[in-house]
Structure formats: C-alpha cells, structure tokens
Design a binder for this molecule. Sequence first.
Ligand code: GTP
Length: 406
Amino acid sequence: MGEIPRTATSAQGGTAPEFTARTSRRVARKGSKHPTDRARAHWLVRMNYSNRFLVCALLGLPLSAHLLDIGAPSWLWGLLIAQFYIYPHLLYWRARLARDQLRAEMPHLMMDCAASGAWAAALGFPTWLSFVLFACNNINFVAFYGGRTGVPRLVGAMGLGAAVVWFSGLHYPLNPDTGVAATVLSMVALTLYLVAFGHTGHQRALAWRKSNLKLREQYKKINALQARLREQAVRDPLTGLYNRRHLGEVLEPELARCRAARSSLAVVLIDVDHFKCINDTRGHAVGDLVLQSLAQLMQRHVRAQDMVFRYGGEEFLLLLPDISLETAAQRAEALRTAFGQTPMRVSAKEAPPLTVTLSCGVAAFPLHAEQGEALISCADQALYAAKRQGRNRTQVWQPGAHAVCG
Ligand SMILES: Nc1nc2c(ncn2[C@@H]2O[C@H](COP(=O)(O)OP(=O)(O)OP(=O)(O)O)[C@@H](O)[C@H]2O)c(=O)[nH]1
C-alpha cells in the first residue's frame, strides 16, 4: 500500500504521547472497565475516524435527498445506511484491533475513495454530489498523505471505484443535475466539513504554538544551566577564582598568542605564609576567610586581561600577559604589601586582628622559559627561594640562583 506517512498531521490535534496521556486521564475519570480499549487507538487512526465519521454523517444527507428525488429502491437505501452510518465505525474497530494500526488504516482511506467514486458513478455522476464526494475525500487524503502523494492516490482510487461500477452497468444513466434539496445540502455539508476541519486545524496550531513556547523556555533554561555548569567546572568553589584545571586549558594557548605577538607573559605564584598555623590556632573556617579575602584582593589588583587561579590549597597563581618582568614583580610586590599591611578581623571580636603575609615568586616568558610547565616551575623555584629567605617577600627567578628551567 505504500509508505506510512511519518509526518502526517492530525486535524484533531495532539501527538501520540499526548494522546496516550490524555486518553489515560479520560479513561481514569470515566472509570472504564477496559481502560486499554480506547488507549489503544493511534492518534492518526482516531483523526481518520473523526474525519470519516463527520464527513459520512454530513454527506449522507444530500445523498438521501438525491435518493428521494430519483425514487431509489430500498436496497440502495440500505447501502447508503451501511456506507455512511455503519462503515466508519467498522473501519475504526478494525484499525484499532490491528497490530500495525497505521498500515491497517491505509487501505481504509483507499476504500473511502473507491466507495465515493462508486457512489458517484452509480448515481450517474450528479455534479454537486460528485463534487462534494471528491472534495471531502481530497481533504482527508491530503491531511493524511500530504498533497503530492495524496492527490494522485485519491484520483486513482476514486477512478477505480467509478470505473468498476460504470463498466459493470450497475448505475443510473448519466445525469449531472441534482434537485434543490440535494444541491443545498451538498453545499451545507461541504461548508460544515470545511469549518470543522479549519477549526481543528486552528486548535492544533494554537496547541503547537503553546508547546513551541514551552520548548523554547526549556531550551533557554537548559542553555543557562549548561553555562552555569561550564562556569562551575572551571571555578574553585571556595574563592570563585579559576581552578588549576582551567590553568591547564588556557596557559599554552596564551603562550602561543604571546609568541605570535612577540609579547611577554609573566607568572606570579603566591603562597600564604604559615597558613597551617592560622588553621591550627584560629580554626579552618578562619583559614577559609583568609583565602577568600586574598582572592578578592587579587581580583581587585588585576587588569581585565589578567587571570587569577587558585593553584593549590593556599597557593595562587597570576597570569599577566603583555607585561615586562619588572612590572610583574612590582605588581606582585604591591599585592604582597597591600595584603600584609591590612590586618583582618576574621574571627570573634575579642580575638586580635590577623596579619597575614605572602611570599611571591615571579617568572616570565620568554625570558625564563618557553613552555608553560617550565615557566610555572621557574615561578615555583622563585617562590621557594622567597620562603627560604625568610618569607614575606617577592622573588624573581634568577638563572644563576636557581635550577635551570628550560
Ligand atoms: N582553611 C583551609 N586550609 C587549607 C585549605 N587547603 C589547604 N589548607 C591547609 O593549608 C595548610 C598548608 O600548610 P603548609 O603546606 O605546611 O604551608 P604553610 O603552613 O603555609 O607553610 P609555608 O608555606 O612554608 O609558610 C595545610 O594545613 C592545609 O590543610 C583550604 O581550602 N582551607
């Protein structure tokens, strides 16, 4: 029968999951003894059922008027009742029981068209009735298959139904006229069907818009959450500074940029002096406050292009691009002095303010090292020298005084 339409739209609204949830709720409300009965119908099958039921109920009226006009025999009346008032329910029942509901539904649509063609031919192709039969089937087909596939199939199936009846001779003579009642009822039926179709299409568009807005909001929230997670992944939770992992990500690219621009890059390693002692005497919480206030001070002291990292426990690293070694050392010295000269009130009122000193080691690219790791190693050796010389000082790496960096 051809390919199952994957993107077919429902004039009755709703996707399959929506339908299932909605139906389950409705079943629960009604307290049905067989909750799976209704829940089993695919939404496309339900859409076709609603469309077929409505179109048959409407088209049965002008056809009845025409049968009255031509004084049709009782078997034709029986056929009309079977075709327009029983057949839609039988097809729905059959499709719902099928294992593959969509596949089962496709021949039903072809049967609709073949039957409509047969009715038009059987009645001698009355213009209005043939037209509304064609138009209504056309709408249903296009809604299910789309225009490109739907229209040729529709014409083929209707033509086949009409040809079978016409060439078997089971038809009234060719008569394009219809009575006033049949004509008016045809117009009314077509109009009502179009209105109903348009209305459900409108409802569906509104539902889509609503779910679209909801999706957009969710998308925004997910984006914001992702940005927050990305930020959290590169930040140290205690101080809010960049973490060591992020240093690993930015150091080499920054060196490459400075190399290309023939510029310099200074690294300053900063360590809090006797920090263990602060922890031991004032408590770990006070130690944390010291680290936080140092972090804030460093952020105030840097330029927009500088970066501040928490390198380890009480060790911090400044990355200062496009700066001479002398200036970097002066900046480290200014930071050390500012921190050491500002006693901190970080614990209970009766406790004396805390004076904390820093030791700093400075190294610069390309003067001391070409690679990132070697550059940090130079700064670390300079820091170690500062500690050895009594702490609370800034030391620039010197080739003769320390081990070779690279
Ligand atoms: N409060 C607090 N303490 C930390 C944190 N991370 C590391 N530490 C502590 O920092 C202390 C570092 O001690 P050491 O490496 O001996 O250094 P120090 O006492 O500063 O000695 P010098 O560096 O030689 O002056 C250890 O006691 C760690 O437990 C932290 O996030 N918060």
